[in-house]
Design a protein around this ligand. Sequence first.
Ligand code: AMP
Ligand code: MG
Length: 400
Amino acid sequence: MEHLAWQRTVEQHREAVLCMVPPPAVVRRALDEALGLVLAVGATAPADLPGTRASAMDGFAVRHADLVQGGTLPVTLDVPAGARPGEGPGPGSAARIMTGAPVPTGADTVVAVEYTDIPRGPVPLPHQVRIHRVPPLGDAIRAAGSDVAAGSVVVAAGSVLDATAISALAATGHAEVSVRPAPRVRVVSTGAELRSPGQPLAAGQLHDSNSFLMAALARSLGHQVDRVSLQHDDAEALTAELPRLLHGTDILVFSGGASAGAFEVVRQALGGRGIGFGHVAMQPGKPQGLGVLDGVPVFCLPGNPVACAVSFLAFVRPWLDAAAGRGGQQHRVQLGQELGGKPGRTRFVGAVLREGRGVPAAARQSHQVTRLAGLDGFLVVPAERESVAAGEELGWLPLP
Ligand code: AMP
Ligand code: MG
């Protein structure tokens, strides 16, 4: 049996985690495949948008000098959306024009259809239009490039591509973008006592929730996830399964079997193979394993569900964020009510956000998996602190 490799603070362990982040990669992805990814190379507009002067209204394009309140102009031209920008209308005449259509070169103003005697709707091109309200010069015309000018940055490098960024890229003609690929994640729960949801339980057994928790957390962060439930504590069997578990993933995350008991499957199979096991000064989540196996970063989290959740947010998430190029945001939140506790280890306290303040949840024992539901995240109480007063700022690990 191998020895305890290290005893670390939470910060030291996170540093060890970040040392395992691979150098950044860049891939080209179709826009449909880019949601949630980080843009590696900033995208610029290749042309003005709108590309030409365009009408902001359905109406009539005219020369302002020709407008007279109650006056009538002949309609000599029809300009639907998609029409090529052209000449006209001649002096003293009007062009019917639709929203978004290019304003013909002769016109300097668009008169909304509401300001005329022409009804809205699919009516034939009228011979003339009577204008009963004269808009100011230049009204209802969008300048070319008034959305974005050619050459300007549309989405900056480092941005996480959300729905609006994707639409901005589409609007400026980018079918593909250069992004950081999101690492593929494999999560593996272990334990002879585990059964899958849907399976009946014998006395002493329980349903595997950790693999679902870890998979859902990683999916919420935009990762492709393979979820495995190993319902045994057999180190030889796990050793035999390792090549399959390491294949086709960028990170491997275990839950359970990482502490110093008699049947610690993960520790027995992986300890001494490049994975170090030790203690992190935290509550909950003290026993942890970490290392690289066949080039794949391997995280061994404790099996208690709350410890598993906290360890995922405190250690696995920073790796995922860094590897995906998302940049580790450190969140802080004001404490909503006084919090007592024993110093010595960093404490992670489940909490809900009320009016922007973190309010500790009533129950917090590490087996209370159903009490995780409804939490917004975990308050991080520094190891040296005893009690923390309401209104003080603490670190905050949000649940994604
Ligand atoms: P371990 O870290 O393997 O000693 O597990 C500690 C405790 O966490 C076990 O006794 C189980 O009650 C619980 N546990 C372990 N794995 C899971 C899991 N996948 N889902 C739910 N609870 C678990
Ligand atoms: Mg176990």
